[in-house]
Design a protein around this ligand. Sequence first.
Ligand code: D41
Length: 682
Amino acid sequence: MSNNSVSQSDYEELKKTLNYHSYRYYVLDDPTLPDVEYDRIFQRISQIEAQQPDWVSSDSPTQRVGDRPLSAFSQVAHEVPMLSLDNAFSDDELRDFSRRLKDRLKSELDIEFACEPKLDGIAVSLLYRNGELERGATRGDGATGEDITQNVRTIPSIPLRLLGDGYPEVLEVRGEIYMPRQGFNALNDKAREAGEKVFVNPRNAAAGSLRQLDSRITATRPLEMCTYSIGFVEGGDMPARHTEVLEALHGWGFLINPEMRAVKDIEGCIDYYQRVGAKRDQLSYDIDGIVFKVNDRNLQDRLGFVSRAPRWAIAYKFPAQEEMTLLQSVEFQVGRTGAITPVARLEPVFVGGVTVSNATLHNRDEIERLGVMVGDTVVVRRAGDVIPQVVSVVKAQRPDSAKDILFPKNCPICDSLIETVDGEAVARCTGGLICEAQRKEAIKHFASRKAMDVDGLGDKLVEQLVDEGLIHSVADLYSLTSEQLSELERMGVKSADNLVAALEQSRTTSLPRFLYALGIREVGEATARSLSRHFGNLASIVEASDEQLQKVDDVGPVVARYICEFFAQTHNLEAVEALQSAGIHWDDIEIDEADEPLADKTFVVTGSFATIKRNDAKKLLQELGAKVAGSVSAKTYCVVVGGGAENNSKYVKATELGVQTMTENELLELLAEHGAYQLEQG
Ligand code: D41
């Protein structure tokens, strides 16, 4: 078909199709069209537009990026002011909020609240006229913002034209533009590689990306927008409840937060806060609290607003993840592999929900980069379960008495020389297992949950056992007796018996666990699994040459060298033998010829997972040779259905086509069967 025979209505139809699939991809995260087909339609539209330039309109998917940089942003006055949010910091403050509402409404009836995560981004307004995006603006001071139309047009989750119908003639949609963590990390990785400045957090990255006068730069930044309210509306009606308004917006093509819920009364809000707070670190974007809104828009109107915040909404903030405190001293810790880590001793400070008195300074380069001195006021960050970090120094508050941090030349534990390998940031103690610190760390690692999983053998106890001279090596653990243990301080007969039983239980293990427990440098759980799956038994790994080792997935020259070096040392071989004589045993793994037992099988993974991340599940399937696809077809071998996906289109399609499905647990069992995953012991 030549372009000349394409009618304008065919062209409009193609545009509509593509905009719809763009919505399925970016907003619903549920594409029904393969990427190649999407690209084909895009190409087709571009071709037609080249032939018929008159047809091109601003809602064409080809028109997301304008070509001319602006010289400045112009000002935009908001027709309806963009209000701010009051904050609450405790359950009691939240209950006070609810009390105020009920008093003002003179009603003791339960109030329904809409709950949404509070995204940490930039508030913006989008104006649609007859369904077409006319203008995008920042919130600014709430009354006046900046015109960022060219930039918002580049964001794929913002519809250029509203989908479906029933929308008001003029509709102002408000929401938060943010950068998901993954995109943020990728952006910073690239900047670091290029020797450019990195952004301190996703919020700054989003703000910086929106402030570009050249929208071609914005277009390269991984931004998303999530809508949270409406502003000016004319020529149409919107639903009576806030959650319904957002659902209507979703239907017209906007992204809304999938965590949004309507709950009953303020106690429902507190539950929600705890539930979402608990999975804060697992979300793919940063949030700094929860926003609660009276769901009934009539009630909202009756409640009105004071100064510049609505009475009917409140933001309940999570504990801050960054705080300032004093750096009192720096200690140098010795890790399992001899790595020397400078640790900041801090004046205790409450951050990220706990009191922090130590933070890592990583290595010598990091100390230099921060330019930090003892006596400085520093900013400490604790996000989720990661170890607290010193992220910056408040140089303006440096006292005259501040002292340089001196990196030691000798190990603080065994006095062996500390060496730094060229090109590596890490300095190491050269003492090996004569260094008591390294011995202790090796034993802690051996006993840890993902290694031999010796229940009850914590870090403190390992230190005690080594300090008392009861053990010198990992194998010594297995000759400990209840009598010996119960003589230790703070150890009763019961706990001593339990520990001996736990050690007994740990004798039955798996090859990946044992290999990981040995603590070979750079051999993490995943590498231990790959090695086990590839070689099937320990002897083959011990005997493997550098070249043979490098045939294993994710084993490169460096890891291969560490493995060879490890097994070339007599004392390590002796340790392995001693452990096997102590009764440590496992079943060897049957190796599949091709090492890809799921080759030629296509999986689709959908829904949310409880035990592993969905992306990790995909990676592990791929490690076993499986293909992982985005949509279900008759060729699909199996659909893995996580939580919340029981009714989604992929599941329905699988059922229609008679494609088999499996649960998360069944998937984990399948992965474990092929050595790609460790099921929890016991
Ligand atoms: O996620 C957010 N950052 C968010 C911000 C949200 N989910 N809802 C919000 N709702 C409002 C009102 C209640 C005034 C419509 C907001 C904001 N405001 C807001 N963002 C920046 C200032 C105010």
